[in-house]
Design a protein around this ligand. Structure first.
Ligand code: SAH
Length: 352
């Protein structure tokens, strides 16, 4: 049997080749693409003949994520999805409403193998990479379910996007395509724990997306203790790659810094962080932006969050060095919106 075609992973050019290969005229590709953008099941693609719909259903794989569980925050309307994938795996996405539009936080892998000690997504390891269609499909499924447009995408859900590099690049092209979802690269952020060669590769392709670096510590000893990836590529290698990225793309890089009580949240830590970032970026005249987030407590990790005042003080110290520091507002605290926790609790309860 020949392999089934994953329609949602195809660009319009590839879709055109596919429809031609099954003996259909090229304009069918446009019709099908328009339906796919809406997440319409093949059976409901009403401007295609019934025999064509039947043929398509036979030849293709339906990879659109299905809503398995949906939790809506009573506090701020944030929606958390647990999506079921075609092979029974599950990932999470979070739909957040901001004044400037809706943002969807998407997952890039089923599980994760990066091993960050504070993170729920990595506890069971990596199961598999998501296909381009499944990356895109989270957005399509969320738009279909909410009836609202997603205008910003952040790759900050489950998984390490740069550990699924080729599929992520393909996804970025699909989501940006004018006849696709047409979301501008500037409205897309990719967050990485620091896969250095892939940061350099991403710089080479020069897509003007926003890069976020999960830094979380200002020296190698502290960073290696919470992020095993740092043993492979240390802070100095990471910041060199960031400087290269900035030089190549001109895009400002955001640094994510999760405040963990007693581990990385003192005034001294703030000063060390400021000096570290300045030593790399000031000479490039690059703006420095740090997002601070108090660690979400995950039962298994034992890490504790500090106070709001502590976070504000940390931010003020960074600002005294001329660094822009934002303490991230938390959305959906009543629905376990922090990444990885819903998939984990679903898995645990099914195993019990
Ligand atoms: N693998 C990518 C993207 C997924 S994680 C990365 O590491 O950047 C998205 C962000 O959430 C990262 O900055 C990550 O370090 C952070 N994060 C993970 N677990 C967290 C927790 N328990 N509390 C606060 N932030 C967490």
């Amino acid at each position: 049997m020949t392999e089934k075609t994953d329609l949602y992973s195809l660009s319009t050019a590839e879709l055109t080749d596919f429809v031609k290969s099954i003996g259909e005229p090229a304009f069918r590709a446009k019709q099908i693409k328009a339906w796919l953008n809406l997440g319409t099941p093949i059976a409901e693609m009403t401007n295609l003949s019934r025999p064509l719909r039947e043929k398509l259903a036979q030849l293709t794989l339906d990879t659109l994520p299905r809503v398995d569980t949906k939790l809506t925050s009573a506090i701020d309307g944030t929606v958390k999805y647990l999506f079921a994938l075609h092979d029974g795996a599950a990932v999470e996405s979070v739909f957040m409403r901001y004044k400037h539009g809706n943002t969807l936080c998407i997952s890039s892998q089923v599980g994760c193998r990066m091993g960050c000690r504070f993170c729920a997504s990595t506890i069971g390891g990596r199961v598999r990479d998501l296909l381009p269609s499944e990356l895109l499909g989270q957005i399509i499924a969320a738009q279909r379910d909410t009836g609202e447009r997603v205008s910003n995408v952040v790759m900050m859900g489950i998984g390490e996007p740069l550990d699924n590099y080729d599929n992520v690049i393909k996804f970025l092209e699909l989501v940006n395509a004018e006849d696709g979802l047409n979301i501008g690269y500037r409205h897309i952020s990719l967050s990485t724990c620091g896969v250095v060669p892939r940061i350099r590769a991403l710089a080479e392709v020069e897509l003007p997306i926003t890069l976020s670096i999960s830094l979380h510590a200002a020296n190698d000893e502290k960073r290696s203790a919470i992020m095993p990836v740092n043993n492979k590529w240390n802070i100095s290698e990471l910041l060199d790659a960031c400087a290269y990225y900035y030089t190549k793309t001109g895009r400002r890089i955001s640094f994510e810094y999760t405040l963990i009580s007693g581990k990385n949240d003192t005034e001294g830590d703030a000063r060390e962080l400021a000096e570290l970032l300045i030593s790399t970026f000031r000479k490039l005249s690059a703006p420095i932006h740090v997002n601070l987030i108090r660690v979400n407590e995950v039962k298994e990790t034992g890490f504790r969050e500090g106070s709001c005042e502590g976070a504000n003080k940390f931010a003020a110290t960074l600002e005294s060095y001329g660094i822009v520091a934002t303490v991230r507002r938390r959305l959906g605290t009543d629905i376990n919106a922090a990444c990885g926790q819903l998939r984990r609790s679903a898995k645990t309860s099914k195993e019990e």
